[in-house]
Design a protein around this ligand. Structure first.
Ligand code: GLN
Length: 272
């Protein structure tokens, strides 16, 4: 079977279980061949379907996220290693980096704090964006910190990234030019389906209304944001007013930025 035929058949097979069946099929084919997706697409007429492809496809059809099958996920300008111990980085979260680019422009932040760093996605994307910056990634999960540390090393940022076990802003001294925060924000009883069922609950759920972690983070923000600094905080659908109110109660100025789908996704909080 040609690559083109195999991709067509796989896309049809994945359609009932995936929102992105064609993309999934291409990513799995590229992974089976050990190629980047674009290289696989360009060279497909010269290639054969590798024997491992059927097994990868079967795992995806059984519900495993693509990032767990391939072990990697692209985010902003970097490729991260991903395990079931961390949230799979999402394109929506790139809105936080866009907010930082809009705030700092070419000048860039010198110091960055990523609270709930998970795979390290936000911190490492920011370090790639601003080669002069240094940063700290904090997480409550030792397993997640190991993934983040490994990603920092693989990307060549080990000398600019530190990682620490922690509980949001508790015990963190000093102030940072840029804070990047993607806390859990899904209400405890929300009905979920798809890839999210394979991700760590501690990265997703935040109490009865999804706001528990924002309530705990908010009081530390004024002290952690340096003068002229920015905190870029991810929010869930419909949380703009409630989370803005929590930050405004701490004396912060707050504006919202939409993701690519046009939904409010990031709150930009500053001290003035
Ligand atoms: N955006 C994720 C989702 O809706 C949730 C991530 C989070 O809680 N930080 O699946």
């Amino acid at each position: 079977m040609s690559i083109a035929d195999a991709l067509r058949t796989a896309t049809a097979g994945l359609a009932p279980t995936s929102d992105t069946p064609r993309l999934d099929a291409e990513l799995l084919m590229a992974h089976a061949l050990g190629l980047a997706r674009t290289d696989m697409l360009l060279r497909q007429r010269d290639l054969m379907v590798p024997p491992g492809f059927a097994d990868l496809l079967a795992r995806r059809m059984a519900g495993a996220p693509i990032a767990h099958i391939t072990g990697i996920r692209d985010f902003w300008t970097i490729t991260l290693r991903v395990t079931p111990d961390v949230l799979i980085p999402r394109p929506d979260s790139e809105t936080l980096i866009e907010a930082a680019v809009a705030h700092f422009g070419g000048r860039g932040p010198a110091t960055i704090l990523d609270l709930g760093t998970g795979s390290g996605a936000l911190l490492l994307a920011a370090l790639d964006q601003w080669p002069g910056a240094r940063g700290v990634g904090v997480d409550a999960s030792p397993a997640a910190l190991a993934v983040a540390q490994d990603n920092a090393r693989r990307l060549g940022f080990a000398d600019r990234a530190e990682f620490a076990l922690g509980d949001w802003g508790a015990g963190i001294g000093g102030a940072f030019d840029l804070l990047l925060i993607n806390p859990p924000y899904i209400a405890r009883d929300a009905a979920l389906s798809g890839d999210v069922l394979h991700e760590p609950g501690c990265a997703l759920f935040a109490g009865i209304d999804g706001l528990d972690d924002y309530r705990r983070i908010a009081p530390d923000l004024p002290r952690l944001i340096a003068p002229n600094g920015l905190a870029a905080i991810e929010i869930g659908h419909g949380q703009r007013a409630s989370v803005s109110a929590l930050f405004e109660a701490q004396g912060l100025a707050v504006s919202a930025l939409p993701d690519l789908a046009g939904k409010d996704r990031c709150l930009a909080a500053t001290r003035d």
